[in-house]
Design a protein around this ligand. Structure first.
Ligand code: COA
Length: 258
């Protein structure tokens, strides 16, 4: 069976490419299994500091779940297919930063996967939407929960209830994407950002991501307490020692991830 997830390395950045361009990189069961395996390997590999997720070809990032697999499924079949671990949650809690490099259609489960990533960088040709309503469905990959947290209740309602597809400029305006680049420059610009992040201490990156992610589930008082505890925990790391000493000695820090 052909590989549906390609993995390449650029320095400390692992680039995972969903490779079903003739099916708009739809998230089949095989893609999900291979993506989980690629993420597990990227987690194990100390040479990987940041993961970039993208889609093969010029048209699509990911056009959603594989609709062909929905036909004829019973609720029990569907429940089995949605067993944990779910790629959306694995992405959101992955212990290294994950950047979605959105090169085209970013729809349904593709948009939900992008929302589960830490940063969304898009091509000026990308478009976005949650079209499940057109299939008699609702988003099932966390969209009804992550989208309102990211772009607010009203905009999330508009996109989920209408199923409308919006262009990248609008997605940027409402905060669904963070950075937009000309299509031809997308890879270079995304890798520049990823490489810059991957040069930081992996230990401190992990703690920073955990602290920011806590804001999705904690009330402000608990979140601020959690931040203070994690900030103080950093004082036990060799990298905090190194970072402060390097600053005071006016030299670049050499991180060890300890
Ligand atoms: N699942 C399965 N197959 C998909 C797919 C999906 N989510 N999205 C696209 N494809 C397939 C098409 O069936 C077609 O396959 P075929 O060549 O064997 O007929 C191929 O990808 C190309 O798609 P096509 O529709 O011909 O391209 P387009 O440029 O006219 O339109 C989209 C592109 C993305 C707008 C359109 O394919 C689409 O609306 N896809 C479904 C999006 C969706 O509803 N996602 C939510 C799923 S819950």
């Amino acid at each position: 069976m052909a590989e549906t997830v390609l993995v390449e390395k650029s320095g400390r950045v692992a680039i995972l490419t969903i490779n079903r361009p003739d099916k708009m990189n739809a998230l089949s069961e095989q893609v999900r299994v291979e993506l989980l395996a690629a993420l597990a390997e990227a987690e194990r590999d100390e040479g990987v500091g940041v993961v970039v997720l993208t889609g093969a070809g010029e048209k699509a990032f990911i056009a959603g779940a594989d609709i062909g697999e929905f036909a004829g499924r019973t609720p029990f079949d569907q429940r089995a297919a949605m067993r944990t671990p779910r790629i959306f949650d694995v992405m959101a809690t992955f212990p290294k930063p994950v950047i979605a490099m959105i090169n085209g259609f970013c729809l349904g489960g593709g948009c939900e996967l992008a929302m589960s990533c830490d940063i969304r960088v898009a091509s000026d040709r990308a478009s976005f939407g949650q079209p499940e309503i057109n299939l008699g469905l609702i988003p099932g990959g966390g969209g009804t929960q992550r989208m309102p947290r990211l772009i607010g209740l009203g905009q999330a309602m508009r996109l989920i209830l209408s199923g409308d597809r919006i262009p990248v400029a609008e997605a940027k305006e409402i905060g669904l994407v963070d950075l937009v680049f000309p299509h031809e420059a997308l890879r270079e610009k995304t890798l520049e950002l990823a490489t810059r992040i991957a040069a930081r201490s992996p230990l401190t990156l992990k703690v920073a991501k955990e602290a920011v992610r806590a804001s999705e589930r904690l009330a402000i008082e608990e979140g601020l307490m959690w931040e203070r505890d994690l900030f103080c925990l950093c004082f036990s790391s060799a990298d905090k020692q190194e970072g402060v000493e390097a600053f005071l000695a006016k030299r670049p820090p050499a991180w060890t991830g300890r």
